[in-house]
Write a protein that binds this ligand. Structure first.
Ligand SMILES: [Ca+2]
Length: 320
């Protein structure tokens, strides 16, 4: 059975890997791409999604531009991770066939969800700003769009931009909190707890290089830059597959080995912890008298995945 998805992405190298995977899976029917700031300025992330769609010959997929910033704070970017252009300084030509929709990402999300009530899974690979904006415009959104999957946060694992903060959560803590505190939808969280340890290794890149599919050709131009950033952190030539894993788990839920239902709240005010995804892990939380946490809806945190099977699935899917 095909699953309709909206891919909300701050493309981004690992995001591009995820988008490429999504475009190659017949289980997934992509009804639109929405862009958001994050790995780079939203102008660049929108352009990168347009380039990706053109490179893979999928300029039929709608693309709507989203938020340029989160609710609070001026965004900052880290070009050493994804490059000045967000995709490894790969110098792709300007997109000519893909044009942005005239409506915003938030408006597109509402329209697409209302047109396909109950059928669309919102897959967010960046800050949750667009979904929060859509929720502000249409408070009934969860009844039309009941499933949200988010690559972001860190519950058991440390953060990546701060000791406890993951990048997408830190880019817009308020937007993320709006999504987590909302009752009526199921939020699945694919956090650093599993993505940081799901690696694309040098041997996988070699396999990619032996392939000449459009997807392989495209990824060969951007993945090495990401590996350059990650390799000193990992102690081997590799990179984390954050967003690609997230898409993979939407396509193949059987690759999920363990989940945990937890109320999650996003720290908005901490001196050193702003953006931290705080889960109530207390065993006695359900009988606790702490009403704030009792009323917080539970999210589904992915705790373990079949990493080797996923990487093989990724490579096979793109013809490598
Ligand atoms: Ca991302």
């Amino acid at each position: 059975m095909t699953q309709k998805i909206i891919v909300d992405t701050d493309t981004g190298i690992d995001d591009a890997m995820g988008c490429v995977l999504a475009l190659h899976r017949s289980e997934l029917e992509i009804i639109g791409f929405t862009s958001v700031f994050g790995n780079a300025d939203v102008g660049l992330t929108t352009r990168n999604s347009a380039v990706l769609l053109e490179q893979l010959g999928r300029d039929d997929i709608p693309l709507a531009r989203g938020a340029a910033r989160g609710f609070v704070g001026i965004p900052t970017f880290n070009p050493e991770i994804h490059g000045h252009d967000g995709v490894g300084n790969a110098n792709f030509p300007e997109p000519s066939r893909v044009t942005e929709l005239s409506i915003s990402a938030a408006e597109f999300i509402i329209r697409a969800a209302r047109y396909n009530p109950g059928e669309v899974t919102f897959v967010a690979l960046g800050p949750l700003t667009n979904l929060a904006l859509a929720l502000m415009l249409d408070p009934e959104l969860p009844s039309y769009l009941p499933k949200v999957v988010w690559m972001g946060g860190a519950v058991y694992a440390p953060g990546n931009v701060t000791p406890v903060g993951e990048a997408d959560a830190c880019h817009d803590p308020e937007g993320a909190q709006m999504v987590f505190e909302q009752i009526g939808w199921e939020v699945t969280v694919v956090s650093l707890d599993v993505t940081d340890t799901t690696l694309f290794r040098a041997s996988d890149l070699e396999r990619l290089k032996r392939s000449s599919t459009p997807a392989a050709n495209y990824l060969q131009r951007i993945v090495p830059f990401y590996m350059d950033f990650y390799s000193p952190l990992l102690g081997e030539r590799a990179c984390a597959m954050h967003s690609a894993l997230t898409i993979g788990l939407v396509a193949r839920p059987d690759l999920i080995l363990a989940t945990e239902r937890l109320p999650i709240s996003v720290e908005l005010r901490g001196q050193t912890t702003r953006g931290m995804t705080v889960a109530d892990r207390r065993s006695g939380r359900k009988v606790s008298r702490n009403r704030k946490w009792m009323s917080a809806p539970e999210a589904v945190l992915v705790r373990d995945v079949d990493r080797a099977a996923f990487v093989e699935f990724f490579l096979e899917s793109i013809g490598a």
